[in-house]
Design a protein around this ligand. Structure first.
Ligand code: HEM
Length: 392
């Protein structure tokens, strides 16, 4: 009897599938609509077994309802029923135990073109990123790095994080370098080099003096020449305490030269090979100038100004309007030996080259000049002098 009943049921089902009467199709349409309306009302799709990509279920686990449903899908696709929407095609993204299903039949999917994803299994826990991984198997400990200075490491309470940090040496940041004490850097640095380079020559006003900056200003550790000599008191500041040993900057005593009397004009005038600025008759040989001769040539009473520089006597009269220090300053050395005075003010000035056209002769003692007294009288320099040719 049971076999007969089952065979009857099977035969009727087969007959229904093959014949597909009108009432049967109507029944399935209503069933579709009802299912579609339920899907639209519910925020989430109904809970049902979802085929997973990574964990496909075997075929024998499908029940008879799913089998019928597949048959129904096949039948409806053949007849192309426009009113019955296709069953939802879930797109499952299975990652770390979380299933995300894309339901194209949802109203939002119909309105928007961008597909939306929704959580298919809300019971699944959302994966969270944590630093501590307690389930990790014990990893081999790397060789312990012993610092040279054995600095105390910060205390770490979490053992798992400690093992992680030690197992990934690339993520370990090296300890910051200890700040070098200012006194040590100064002692090891060029304490004599930089300060020695800052030795100021008289007349230069471009380089600031080490002590001229205000204490407590913006300290710069760059190569700017704003560091003075190392502090003897050993203070920790960036700037040494103000010392009174450095010379204050002298105000420039340069004068404003009249037009046409610039240094370039003097170079043009005196640099010519045939330039003769001696103030002596032409073809006059170099003279032996005695002190008695020199002291009369002071630039006053209509006479030229002679000056001894380095044992040579120069007629500085034509240079007076070109002197950057002014006429009074220049005439301080007139009629005398101005070598020391010249060197005290501007030893860097090349007087030999600048006054080559003004060379009168050489400076000699009175005894040496006695023999040439007559020649000196002839040149108008008074007694006690003579020409070098006569002397030689
Ligand atoms: C011994 C007598 C002299 C005295 C007292 C004297 C004095 C001075 C003074 C005060 C200055 C200005 C310095 C400054 O800028 O603050 C100066 C500049 C100058 N003097 Fe004389 N001078 C003398 C002789 C000479 C001679 C014989 C020459 C030419 C060879 C000369 C060439 C210059 C030049 C080129 C400068 C400009 C230097 C510079 O700006 O670096 N001086 N002099």
């Amino acid at each position: 009897m049971a076999v007969l009943g089952i065979s009857l049921i099977v035969a009727s089902v087969v007959l229904l599938i093959l014949r597909r009467p009108e009432w049967f199709q109507q029944f399935w349409r209503n069933l579709y609509r009802q299912a579609a309306s339920q899907q639209n009302q519910l925020p989430r799709p109904p809970q049902r077994p979802i085929p997973r990509i990574e964990e496909p279920k075997p075929e024998d686990e499908d029940d008879q309802t799913n089998q019928k449903e597949r048959e129904r899908i096949a039948v409806s696709s053949e007849k192309k029923v426009a009113s019955s929407p296709p069953p939802p095609v879930p797109v499952v993204i299975h990652e770390n135990g979380t299933s995300i299903t894309y339901n194209p039949d949802s109203p939002r999917a119909e309105e928007q073109t961008t597909p939306k994803a929704s959580v298919a299994n809300p019971s699944d826990s959302v994966p969270a990123f944590t630093l501590s991984v307690p389930d990790l198997p014990p990893q081999p400990q790397p060789p312990k790095v012993v610092d040279v200075e054995e600095q105390p490491a910060p205390a770490v309470t979490s053992s798992s994080s400690t093992s992680n940090a030690r197992s990934t040496p690339s993520m370990m940041m090296p300890p910051p370098p200890l700040p070098v004490p200012a006194s040590a850097s100064r002692s090891t640095g060029s304490s004599g080099g930089l300060s020695a380079n800052l030795t100021r020559q008289p007349g230069t006003s471009t380089l600031p003096l080490p002590g001229s900056r205000p204490v407590g200003g913006s300290g710069s550790s760059g190569p700017l020449p704003n560091r003075g000599p190392p502090s003897s008191s050993g203070g920790g500041g960036l700037f040494p305490p103000p010392t009174h040993s450095s010379k204050p900057a002298k105000p420039s005593r340069a004068v404003v030269l009249t037009p046409g009397h610039s240094p370039l004009d003097w170079a043009r005038l005196s640099g010519h090979p045939t330039a003769d600025l001696r103030g002596l008759p032409k073809e006059t040989p170099y003279l032996r100038v005695t002190p008695s001769m020199l002291k009369k040539m002071t630039g006053r009473k209509g006479k030229d100004a002679w000056m001894v520089l380095g044992g040579r006597v120069y007629n500085i009269t034509p240079y007076i309007p070109f002197h950057p220090g002014g006429e009074p300053e220049l005439l301080r050395g007139a009629g005398r030996d101005g070598t020391k005075l010249f060197g005290e003010i501007h030893p860097w000035v090349n007087y030999e080259g600048m006054l080559a056209a003004c060379l009168v002769g050489i400076y000699v003692s009175e005894e040496d000049g006695e023999a040439a007294g007559a020649a000196a009288a002839k040149n108008g320099a008074g007694g006690g002098g003579g020409s070098m040719e006569e002397m030689d």
